[in-house]
Design a protein around this ligand. Structure first.
Ligand SMILES: [Zn+2]
Length: 272
């Protein structure tokens, strides 16, 4: 039987949360190993999902799983600074093992009151400054607050990845400060299709946001479904599959290995 060379070129999933799979955790990680080459897992403080617990769970899989650490905006809206300090300390103690700070951000869909939005903004700024201090890029969650989040990233001077982006009107702006995440939502959310259409392939990161955003109704998402993003981008962008996967993979590797100097160009961490 001839060896299928194409199958050797596996895509990466730039954004997922394995730690949220509960009892199916091990099974899902093993399953993902068969179809993607790397998973960037955005470990983020949210409700009962403490970053230190998620870290311990994921640690045996580091290498295949590449971690980031952050504080979710839907947690940040509560303004619990004691919790912020705990996460900050954990993050600083593990800064050499993470490739980015995130996810962090602004979510005006869930933060309705002025106070909640103020809390989110203060904590978002706090982690943006921290990212700059430890010379890491950031993974940003922005919902119904995309322009505001982009402006804050710009102000901080860090390189950003706007994950699961769904605001076509802000694609151009987002590309000016970093990368744009096209999620499996491309299969069922018209705004995500529009984002993908407007974004340069060189600035797209393909992601699933597993276990959320499943393209198949009634089931949890899995990093294997990043192939759905690749399929749709192939049609939209007119790229050959192999070439497309190569570009998307190098975008991810570049983003997570790069840092932006204040007012400067993108540079490798080792150059700093
Ligand atoms: Zn996420």
């Amino acid at each position: 039987m001839a060896l299928n060379l194409k199958s050797l070129l596996k895509p990466v999933d730039s954004h997922a949360h394995f730690e949220l799979f509960g009892r199916k955790f091990e099974e899902e990680v093993e399953n993902a190993k068969s179809c993607v080459s790397l998973v960037f897992d955005s470990i983020t403080e949210y409700r009962k999902a403490h970053v230190w617990k998620s870290w311990e769970k994921l640690k045996p899989h580091f290498g295949f799983v590449v971690p980031t650490l952050g504080f979710h905006p839907n947690e940040a809206k509560r303004g619990n600074w004691e919790r912020v300090r705990k996460v900050e300390n954990f993050l600083l103690n593990h800064s050499s093992e993470i490739v980015a700070v995130g996810e962090i951000g602004l979510d005006y869909y869930h933060a309705r009151s002025e106070k909640e939005r103020e809390n989110q903004l203060e904590i978002f700024r706090h982690f943006l400054d921290l990212a700059l201090e430890i010379k890491k890029p950031v993974v940003v969650h922005a919902r119904e607050a995309e322009e505001k989040a982009i402006r804050e990233v710009e102000r901080a001077g860090v390189l950003a990845y706007f994950h699961a982006f769904a605001n076509p009107n802000c694609v151009k702006l987002a590309q000016q400060v970093g990368f744009v995440g096209v999620s499996t939502g491309i299969a069922f959310i018209p705004e995500v299709v529009e984002v993908a259409e407007k974004c340069d392939v060189e600035r797209i990161l393909a992601e699933t946001d597993s276990p959320y955003m499943s393209p198949f109704k009634g089931s949890l998402n899995n990093p294997c479904n990043v192939s759905v993003v690749v399929d749709n981008l192939e049609k939209l962008k007119g790229y050959g599959r192999e070439e497309l996967i190569e570009v998307l993979n190098s975008n991810a590797v570049n983003f997570f290995g790069l840092c932006k100097r204040l007012g400067g160009k993108f540079r490798l961490n080792s150059d700093l």
